[in-house]
Design a protein around this ligand. Structure first.
Ligand code: HAM
Length: 434
């Protein structure tokens, strides 16, 4: 075999026989949970500060909830749902977002009669049948806020502020917020008419998807990423020029609240969002050097009625946990990891192993977590693990100590070593733990 063949052979990894995770769905190992946990912690802190309470809804819902909620022509519903056919008549879908489920739960439970507004947060798995790529998965987690049963513009601003503060707390730099208003039932039809008129004589020049959008969902014409459609987007009529008095006032007021707390924003007249339920305020949140949005949301004043409920205005946003985690990782944002293990127990021999088992249980009862390495019998192997874990206190239980009913307590920082009676060890360690 010549060198080249050898090298080629080495470079091609053997195809594994082990089952692989489904396409676009990933395992999260402890090293990544450091980021996920930090995001969850900050998110919960912000939620508590602004009075949001946690909600969870079933992972699957009746498919019509999403079809009616986000709209049958929306990308998320028409192309990205995992549909589950059941033996009964019902067709369920894995949730491609949380908003319709949260609204359904609010209406179904009767909370909509007593908790006004309903302020909820969630950190939940979401499923979208997308073509996987960087920052785009088929299973991911959203951290989101919803404020139900209020049309107050202060709440649009509060949702944006809460997202902004959370990203700031995570030390994410260069945050930018794009914001727009797409009007309400009264003023939007007129705007859409103007938009359609503008595009009418351009059907031969726009992409195939846009030709379809022109009849099915004209607002989405503004969202097209195709090169050939860009020039038209820039000169197309802008929704904010066609807002009715009430929508104009609402948008102005949202911006004033944001100014009040110095949250920076850019008005982006081509921002329309991909879900049909939005009205008035829409926004997306970005950070420098990361092309996909970290979060997005807006007002959805008609969702309740669309899914069979009464008139119930609402506003919300969701952020992608994996996208935020990627930014934290890529930007090397330091996450301080506190090792909650402060004690490691090393044993030598079978008798010591049994005693060690009991001692660890005594520590557990006293609220102290003790790390061990039961599968490694050799002293060297256990010491290596103890060293890697960087614990401050190591307990060593050899045959001699078992015989004398004592245990060695070694401080790994000072190198100090003491012999302590086993029955006193929990208390002695307690005194030394900072
Ligand atoms: P969305 O913009 O579709 O909005 O998703 C919100 C965030 O979820 C995105 O900004 C992104 O960070 C993350 N995300 C979306 N798709 C993926 C994916 N395939 N892989 C990884 N992350 C992804 C909603 O879902 C609305 N329900 C938000 C909302 C709440 N509006 C009102 N209330």
């Amino acid at each position: 075999m010549n060198k080249k063949t050898k090298a080629t052979k080495k470079a091609t990894p053997k195809k594994s026989n082990v089952f692989q995770s489904p396409k676009g769905m990933h395992d999260i190992f402890p090293a990544d949970f450091v980021y996920v946990d930090k995001i969850e912690k900050e998110f919960k802190k912000i939620s508590a500060a602004y009075g949001f309470e946690r909600i969870e809804t079933p992972i699957m819902e009746n498919i019509h909830l999403f079809e009616r909620g986000a709209g049958i022509a929306s990308e998320v519903v028409s192309k990205q749902m995992f549909v589950v056919k059941t033996k009964s008549e019902d067709v369920l879908a894995l949730r491609p977002e949380m908003t319709p489920g949260v609204m359904r739960a609010y209406l179904q439970s009767g909370a909509s009669r007593s908790q006004i507004p309903g302020k909820y947060f969630y950190i939940s798995p979401i499923f979208r049948y997308e073509q996987p790529q960087a920052g785009r998965f088929r299973q991911f987690n959203q951290a989101g806020f919803e404020i139900l049963h209020s049309d107050d513009s202060a709440y649009d601003a509060q949702i944006i502020l809460a997202c902004y503060k959370m990203l700031e707390e995570l030390k994410i730099k260069g945050i930018s917020i794009k914001i727009n208003s797409i009007g309400c039932k009264n003023c939007r039809p007129n705007y859409i008419k103007k938009l359609k008129n503008f595009y009418k004589d351009k059907t031969g020049k726009i992409c195939r998807d846009c030709s379809r959008r022109l009849s099915e969902n004209p607002l989405r014409l503004l969202d097209c990423k195709e090169e050939k459609c860009q020039p038209f987007k820039d000169s197309a009529p802008q929704s904010i020029d066609y807002l009715c008095g009430s929508c104009k006032h609402h948008f102005k007021s949202v911006l004033e609240f944001l100014d009040e707390v110095s949250v920076p924003y850019i008005i982006d007249s081509s921002l329309v969002r991909g879900l049909d339920y939005y009205s008035k305020t829409v926004f997306e949140i970005f950070t420098e050097d990361f092309s996909s949005a970290l979060g997005g949301g807006g007002r959805y004043d008609y969702l309740s009625e669309t899914i069979g409920g009464p008139k119930m205005p609402a506003v919300g946003a969701a952020m992608g946990v994996e996208r935020i985690a990627t930014v934290l990782k890529e930007k090397n944002i330091n996450i301080l990891v506190k090792n909650h293990f402060k004690v490691f127990l090393i044993y030598m021999g079978d008798e010591a192993k049994k005693k060690a088992f009991k001692i660890i249980s005594d520590f557990y009862d006293a609220g102290i977590a003790v790390k061990e390495s039961f599968s490694k019998e050799s002293l060297k192997g256990q010491l290596r693990v103890a060293d890697r874990e960087k614990v401050e206190h190591v307990l060593i239980l050899g045959q001699r100590e078992v015989f004398e009913d004592t245990i060695i307590l070694r401080n790994m920082i000072t190198g100090n070593q003491e012999n302590i009676p086993i029955k006193k060890i929990v208390n002695e360690v307690k005194k030394r733990i900072r």
